[in-house]
Ligand binder design. Structure first.
Ligand code: TXA
Ligand code: MG
Length: 314
């Protein structure tokens, strides 16, 4: 039987209600600065299983655990000097750290999909912060979209994908970053870029004074990297300088489109608009031609998401 999905506001009584829902094992979508998350109490196996069920997500894909502050995060993992440097520089914010799980943790094994590591993030969004404070526990939260679909950057996107399958959505407008968090893992002490995202890689490299390595082989479980991901219903054609026939155009810079990510070539603005524009063009129907996006700063993450949107469907 479909649930009645409540639309909550970021007011204190509504957030208290949202925290109570989480305590009772229900699923609550909430805004973060990157995208809307689909939250569940990370300690309750059934609640976490509910995330996989609501999203229709392949169960081998582990989830990010959201915490209110660094001290809470440290309780779950073998903390390191590099983790400390990154947390000091970028938490709260659009950064996820994958670290070895401590033996004494109380997380559901479903959260890590059986891995010996866990992905942790301290989001900066004031409403996410307020909810985490109110809940006072670990919240497992993937992006709040059906598996393989475009990530949600508004509460309406969440309703469109998951209404009837989750208890509530805390509606607090648009996400400002618009791309999922950057994920850093470690091979021993060596930091690895597991997913380009809302925190530019260059910012991390500047703080660490190194060039980030990418995972070299399959023994690192690379995050969510199913090839066809973020897929709109229609086909996507990349690096297009103009639309063909009846294609819709997603523009950037000098190349104007049906919708344009950023007319003045600003990658931060483009990232914030990416998923919303894809949702809108997808609703119009047809093939989406996408203007070239430069490969620096947030351009890496934008191109990664676009490549997945354009990949042949499985
Ligand atoms: O910005 C974000 O990160 C959003 C918001 C809601 O916080 N969350 C998000 O979650 O994007 P999700 O589940 O869509 O992506 C989490 C990624 C997955 O690709 C998963 O494979 C990876 O994190 N991941 C989680 N735990 C991991 C682990 N132990 N080792 C390697 N990758 C992991
Ligand atoms: Mg996702």
């Amino acid at each position: 039987m479909p649930l009645l999905t409540e639309r909550l506001t970021p007011s204190a009584p509504d957030l208290k209600h949202a925290a109570d829902l989480l305590r009772h094992g229900a699923l609550v979508s909430f805004p973060t600065e990157t995208v809307y998350g689909l939250g569940a109490d990370a300690r309750q196996g059934e609640a976490v299983a509910g995330i996989y069920a609501a999203k229709g997500r392949p169960s081998f894909n582990p989830l990010i655990v959201h915490l209110g502050n660094t001290a809470s995060a440290q309780k779950y993992v073998e903390w390191s000097a590099t983790a400390e440097t990154l947390a000091r520089a970028f938490w709260p914010g659009p950064l996820t750290l994958v670290l070895p799980l401590r033996k004494d943790h109380d997380l559901s094994p479903l959260v890590t999909a059986g891995l010996s590591t866990v992905a942790l993030r301290v989001p900066a969004h004031p409403t996410a912060q307020a909810l985490l404070k109110q809940f006072a526990g670990p919240v497992a939260a993937p992006s709040a979209n059906p598996s393989g679909r475009i990530s949600p950057t508004t509460a309406n996107h969440v309703f469109a994908g998951l209404e009837g399958r989750i208890a509530a959505v805390v509606d607090d407008g648009h996400c400002t970053v618009g791309l999922e968090s950057t994920i850093i893992g470690f091979n021993g002490d060596k930091p690895l870029l597991l997913r380009a995202g809302g925190l530019p890689t260059e910012d991390i490299e500047a703080v660490l004074g190194i060039t980030l390595a990418h995972p070299q082989n399959d023994d690192i479980t690379a995050p969510g990297q199913l090839t066809s991901h973020y897929a709109p219903n229609g086909a996507v054609r990349l690096n297009a300088t103009a639309p063909r026939n009846d294609e819709l155009m997603l523009g950037f810079g000098d190349i104007a489109g049906t919708l344009t990510l950023s007319a003045n070539g600003n990658l931060t603005e483009a990232a914030a608009n990416l998923f919303g524009h894809l949702h809108e063009l997808d609703a119009m129907g047809g093939t989406i031609a996408v203007a070239p996006i430069p490969m620096h700063g947030l351009g890496l993450a934008i191109n990664d998401r676009l490549k997945r949107a354009a990949a042949p469907r499985s």
